[in-house]
Ligand binder design. Structure first.
Ligand SMILES: [Zn+2]
Length: 130
């Protein structure tokens, strides 16, 4: 149900409660549904903002794998390693770090496939970049 309809439910439940026609049970449920819908919308907007930010950085970095022509499933690679854990860092902080690291020349883009084969054959990639 759209947030507007949920808001109208809250209003009609509130009016019924104020008129003494019913207790506040329906009002509480209506308010809760409205809050949940707003929260979902808020999270969706935040996710979209993050994806846009990540995409913008990838485009700024050239938008393609550093080792092959692939332009999809790109990942941020630290050829010289990193001293922080991405899984323990919030995605916003991570994105800000990637931006700083890119400015400092510390990261590059790799497609998932090249990044995976680099893990299997680290020397292969180091040689091609020395
Ligand atoms: Zn690649």
């Amino acid at each position: 149900m759209p947030a507007k309809d949920l808001r109208n439910d809250v209003i009609s439940a509130a009016l019924a409660f104020c008129d003494g026609k019913e207790d506040d049970h329906r009002l509480q449920i209506a308010v809760q549904r409205y809050r949940e819908a707003k929260q979902i919308k808020f999270l969706a907007r935040r996710n979209a903002a993050y994806r846009r930010g990540r995409k913008a950085l990838i485009v700024a970095m050239g938008g393609k794998c550093s080792l092959c022509p692939r332009r999809s499933k790109l990942e941020f690679d630290h050829p010289h390693g990193r001293d922080w854990s991405p899984s323990r860092t919030s995605r916003w902080v991570r994105l800000a770090r990637y931006k700083r690291e890119w400015s400092a020349g510390l990261i590059r883009l790799l497609c998932r496939s090249c990044n995976a084969s680099k893990k299997n054959h680290p020397k292969l990639v180091e040689e091609s970049h020395s």
